[in-house]
Ligand binder design. Structure first.
Ligand SMILES: [Zn+2]
Length: 300
């Protein structure tokens, strides 16, 4: 296999750690070029750090708290996304600065992502599953829709009208999951959204745990990150037949030249007890949270 250019498009900084980060870490390790787009600073989501600070006596609070405004807080969140990108091995991190909690579909936003696609020329796009089975919309779903529309728009550019060449090189889209859209199964006859691609993330689960350790603003560091990895990525792993996994769904069925028999399937050997046992390591990953992560303004 040759190397790929991968573009991930997310709603919030936290998504860049909690969704497909293990898979992206694997691809970065194999030499693929990873670009991550974080479209909002997530500045109105799960404000655990602020909540905890406000509970402290005034003398023990972060000294920068009295002068905090939305820009200062967005920077705090931006630093989290930057540290996550570094841990995962992301080559380029892009912020589009959309308003958190208010991401509505617009052709301006589609054009912004289209321009990124035209420049990055990704082979693979990873974005949020763009539907909500329970109805309603949220940032993730809308960002997924915007990314899908941007892929189509990139291919519809006409040099004579738009001054740019079209880009039609996105070969595959993978929708990532957060753990509440997909059904708890990989049996395709189960009702609901059954993910059709599972990536074994066991070898990089420490990176995913430490990526989540950066999300001090949301209180995801420490035991929370380890709980998420064991309970959710570990559950995905149990479904996928490994210690830890991430699920994806592709928007359309895939055509092969012949029946697909990947190496992993060919090499599968019978094990009476197929539990992951000593591959269960997420709970014991050492902390990846630097002291600076707890401070509203960087002390560096
Ligand atoms: Zn999110």
């Amino acid at each position: 296999m040759s190397n790929f250019k991968i573009l991930a498009v997310y709603a919030h900084p936290a998504d860049s750690a909690t969704e497909a980060s293990g898979t992206l870490a694997l691809h970065a390790e194999r030499g693929d070029h990873v670009t991550s787009v974080v479209t909002t600073f997530g500045d109105r989501h799960h404000m655990q750090w602020l909540y905890d600070e406000m509970k402290k006596p005034e003398s023990e609070r972060d000294p920068d708290l009295p002068t905090m405004d939305i820009e200062v807080y967005r920077n705090f969140k931006k630093r989290e996304a930057e540290r996550i990108a570094e841990i995962i091995g992301v080559h380029e991190l892009i912020f589009t600065g959309w308003t958190d909690h208010e991401v509505a579909f617009s052709w301006e936003k589609v054009e912004e992502i289209t321009n990124i696609i035209l420049r990055v020329k990704p082979d693979i796009v990873i974005t949020h599953f763009p539907y909500r089975m329970s109805g309603g919309e949220d940032d993730h779903i809308v960002v997924g829709k915007i990314a899908m529309s941007a892929i189509s728009r990139a291919g519809a550019k006409v040099p004579q009208f738009d001054g740019v060449e079209p880009y039609r090189g996105v070969k595959q889209v993978f929708f990532s999951f957060a753990g509440h859209e997909e059904v708890n199964s990989r049996n395709i006859f189960t009702n609901g959204v059954v993910c059709d691609v599972w990536i074994d993330t066991t070898s990089v689960i420490h990176k995913k745990v430490q990526a989540m350790d950066q999300l001090v603003s949301q209180g995801y560091q420490g035991t929370a990150a380890r709980k998420i990895a064991e309970a959710r990525d570990g559950r995905w792993g149990m479904i996928a037949g490994c210690a830890y996994a991430e699920p994806f769904a592709r928007p359309t069925g895939i055509t092969y030249d012949s029946l697909p028999m990947p190496e992993r399937v060919l090499k599968e050997r019978y094990i009476p007890n197929n539990l992951p046992n000593d591959a269960l390591i997420a709970s014991s990953v050492p902390s990846g949270t630097p002291l600076d992560a707890y401070r509203l303004r960087s002390q560096k």
